[in-house]
Design a binder for this molecule. Structure first.
Ligand code: GLU
Length: 478
């Protein structure tokens, strides 16, 4: 049997890191086994529908490199792949299930249902309509009375299944309720749609979050009533924010696109989340998508929630940034550079060699280059004092004097040539090179920490700006 998995998001306007991980695992499992991966849009809850949400799902999967073999945009032979377009299918199967005895029509009013609430606020449907005479049902249906279709759960017995991650999961049928499968507007509930669709779409393995772990026996009863073979299941523990809390959109910290906006690379995010709940069995941490496909295994899936560690993802992202080609880095860094205070003032390409080894996310770029715009000549003179290099303002004055002279006479502003001249001059004057460079760098940047060394900074600033900054410093120290 061909392995077929699916990702079945509800279009809520937002792709959570947890959703993406579910999609990724379903994709990896399918591809590892030469199977198909499907995308199905679960939009039966029209109230939650958000404009543009489906596009966001496509965009996110595409950015992550997860390509569905079948989807609304690329349908196979079991479409439509959007649940709201499958209404007629659900109605047909719901009525069939009634005939098979696995479900029944229910005409109960809201008031009657409310009256079933016990003193603890719990409500369980009492199967009232299951016992209506056939003729009465036919009459009420013919009269166009509104109805729902409910699952007819056996009153006794155990329903259980083997989850591939969690092992045996059982529930006692008497603890289950006759849930609504088809609503009065003809829309299915998740309880029903997931079963009908997974069956008709020939899904062999259902991979989804643990929130469905304990309701799966109930879904399996529907498969049983239809005489269908249920799929195998892998339920995935949640991704945690810390030991107690799940990562969720409520904390605003888990959105894929927010991470992209912060300058994370999709391949680094994918790599990181692949390891949140799955272990390759060794210490390897960096995996391309192709490697993940090759290595993915059910045995590596864990049962406990993994804590999302942004620092770790940031570190991994830094590794990916270092590996980009120069051209690709330039292209990806550009929008971030454009947000900086110095956009349009400096030639951005001069920064890329400097920044690529120094940032872990592209979002750090504006802060890294801000010093160029933030130069104030009257910075604290104590900056010239550096214990390690044994520098102070007096030495700085000498260094600035020499640097000015060298720069004024340099002709071409060639950093390599200047570097040699500076070194020779420092040696001739018995000034340690480190001390010389410290004073020079402080003079032209006014910052203790800069994203690059003295000459890299000078190169970015250009000759005129260096000269003007050195002059202003010389007059301060005079
Ligand atoms: N639409 C459901 C969700 O987004 C899918 C659950 C499933 O994969 O069956 O949670």
């Amino acid at each position: 049997m061909k392995i077929r998995t699916r990702f079945a998001p509800s279009p809520t306007g937002f792709m959570h890191i947890g959703n993406l991980r579910t999609a990724l695992y379903a994709y990896l499992f399918a591809k590892h086994n030469d199977g198909d991966f499907l995308l199905r849009i679960e939009d039966t809850d029209q109230e939650r529908y958000v404009e543009g949400a489906v596009d966001l799902i496509y965009r996110t999967l595409a950015a992550a490199g997860i390509v569905p073999d079948e989807s609304p945009a690329n349908p196979g032979d079991c479409g439509p792949y959007i649940q709201s377009e499958r209404k007629a299918i659900y109605a047909e199967y719901a009525h069939k299930l009634v005939e098979l005895g696995g479900a029944y029509y229910c005409f109960c009013s809201k008031e009657r249902l409310e009256s079933l609430t016990d003193e603890n606020g719990n409500r369980k449907y009492d199967k009232h309509c299951l016992h209506l005479p056939k003729e009465e049902i036919a009459r009420r249906l013919a009269a166009g009375e509104p109805y729902v279709i409910r699952q007819n759960i056996p009153t006794e017995g155990i329903s259980s299944y083997e989850d591939m991650v969690f092992g045996t999961i059982s529930v006692d049928c008497k603890d289950l309720e006759d849930n609504i499968l088809l609503k009065s507007d003809g829309m299915p509930t998740y309880n029903f749609a997931n079963v009908v669709d997974d069956h008709l779409m020939r899904i062999s393995h259902v991979i989804r979050g643990t929130e469905y772990l304990s309701s799966t026996p109930k879904y399996n009863l529907i498969y049983k009533s239809f005489g269908w073979e249920p799929p195998r299941y892998m339920h995935l523990p949640p991704i945690m924010k810390d030991a107690q809390r799940k990562l969720s959109k409520r904390y605003g910290d888990a959105n894929f696109e927010d991470f992209i906006a912060k300058g994370y690379l999709p391949e680094a995010i994918v790599n990181y989340i692949a390891l949140l709940g799955w272990s390759p069995g060794d210490n390897k941490e960096k995996f391309s998508l192709a490697e993940l496909i090759e290595r993915f295994s059910v045995e590596g899936l864990g049962r406990s929630g993994s804590i999302f560690d942004e620092e770790k993802m940031r570190w991994l992202n830094g590794q990916y940034i270092r590996e980009l080609t120069k051209e690709r880095f330039e292209e990806l860094a550009k929008p971030f550079f454009d947000k900086s205070k110095i956009a349009n003032k400096y030639d951005y390409k001069k920064f890329t060699a400097l920044l690529q080894p120094r940032v872990e996310t592209l979002g750090e770029i504006p802060a890294k280059v801000a010093f160029l715009a933030e130069y104030t000549p009257d910075f604290d003179l104590n900056l010239y004092t550096n214990k390690k290099n044994k520098t102070d303002a007096t030495l700085a004055k000498t260094v600035i004097g020499i640097s000015l002279r060298l720069l004024e006479n340099c002709g071409d502003f060639d950093i390599n040539v200047l570097h040699e001249q500076f070194s020779a001059e420092a040696e001739a004057r018995n000034i340690k090179k480190g001390a010389f460079l410290w004073c020079f760098r402080i003079a032209i940047t006014g910052q203790e920490v800069t994203p690059g060394g003295a000459f890299e900074m000078a190169d970015i600033l250009g000759k005129e700006e260096c000269l003007s900054r050195l002059r202003s410093q010389l007059s301060r120290l005079a």
